[in-house]
Design a protein around this ligand. Structure first.
Ligand code: MTE
Length: 317
């Protein structure tokens, strides 16, 4: 079976010229301040409805393997779910802009032969960074196409040698309430946690992303390192990871703990199974006016459907 999502190394021609990037950053900075103040005034326009930002990236247009154009850098960095900073999508970018992302280490341990703590700079030099253009489908029924830079989660897991007892992988976001004001909220069991079955984690689509559009990851997108699991609802793609633990028991996850009947452990994108409060049959691609049909496994069924052979997918838990 051919894999249309094979890893593609980042070509230097695809990386935004520094000058364009710098002027774009100035633009984003200005836009962020404006969006932030509007958002805090409680009447933020949705990113999809905002007027288009000037196209400053002069590189070739990026598309996913289905031909869908990537969302703009501005959309991807200004419409975010990151509850540690805010529940308001437009407020995340301004509230996270000074978040400390260096130094940063990721502890990888649990049921492994070679537990190790890696600096993010070690991970960048150990594993070649690839560009992976994936769809992100939020459980809230909106979506984007995002050109991530990163490396397969499997490469890191193989390096620490999981033992035969390891059945699941647990991920944890940093707990730093002094910088992440949302972590002061008693309504959520911080730190954010997520989990995958080990065969899901070993699938080549599961990615540890360190950048986006050829640039270092910005805080609002989960700097300095976050998970990307494109066939699952976006809440599985945990941001700002400090700990990865191999376990024999299914880990608790933040959203499953908060609302067990609404957010499953598997959470595979499944247009046939509605969320208890809304339909999952279609989605709003940020930047588009009309809704589009959602795809089983977010369109990645060829690569992942066999992981669930024999499971009752109508339950999706
Ligand atoms: N990770 C943490 N630590 N905190 C969060 O609130 N939100 C999740 C996921 N990862 C979240 C998180 C949700 S609901 C989505 S849809 C994606 O991040 C959004 O990623 P993006 O903001 O880069 O588009």
């Amino acid at each position: 079976m051919s894999n249309p999502l094979r890893s593609v190394p980042v070509r230097s021609s695809e990386i935004t010229p520094k000058q364009a990037y710098l002027s774009r950053r100035d633009f984003i900075k200005a836009a962020g301040v404006v969006a932030g103040s509007i958002a805090l005034a409680g009447c933020a326009p949705k990113a999809a409805e905002s007027t288009a930002a000037p196209a400053l990236d002069t590189g070739p247009p990026k598309t996913d393997e289905l031909g869908n154009p990537a969302n703009s850098f501005e959309d991807i960095t200004n419409y975010n779910n990151y509850y540690e900073f805010s529940t308001n999508k437009e407020a995340v970018a301004p509230l996270s802009k000074d978040f400390t992302t260096a130094p940063w280490t990721v502890e990888v341990g649990g049921l492994v032969n070679k537990p190790q703590t890696f600096g993010v700079e070690d991970l960048l030099s150990l594993f070649p960074q690839e560009e992976r253009i994936y769809r992100l489908r939020c459980v809230e029924a909106w979506s984007m196409v995002i050109p991530w830079n990163g490396f397969p989660l499997a490469s890191l897991l193989k390096m620490v040698e999981p033992t035969s007892a390891a059945k699941y992988v647990r991920f944890e976001t940093i707990f730093r309430p002094e910088e992440m004001k949302g972590q002061g909220s008693p309504f959520y069991p911080w730190p954010y946690q997520e989990g995958l079955r080990i065969d899901e984690a070993m699938n080549d689509l599961a990615t540890l992303a360190t950048g986006m559009y050829g640039e270092t990851m910005l805080p609002q997108n989960g700097a300095p390192i976050r998970l990307v699991v494109p066939w699952k609802y976006g809440f599985k793609s945990i941001k700002s990871i400090v700990k990865i633990e191999l376990t024999d028991a299914r880990p608790n996850t933040l959203w499953n703990t908060v609302a067990t009947n609404e957010y499953g452990f598997y959470a595979n994108v499944n247009p046939a199974v509605d969320h208890p409060r809304w339909s999952q049959a279609s989605e709003r691609r940020i930047g588009e006016l009309s809704r589009r049909a959602s795809l089983p496994f977010n369109g990645y069924g060829e690569q992942v459907a066999s992981l669930y052979d024999g499971m009752d997918l109508s339950l999706n838990f």
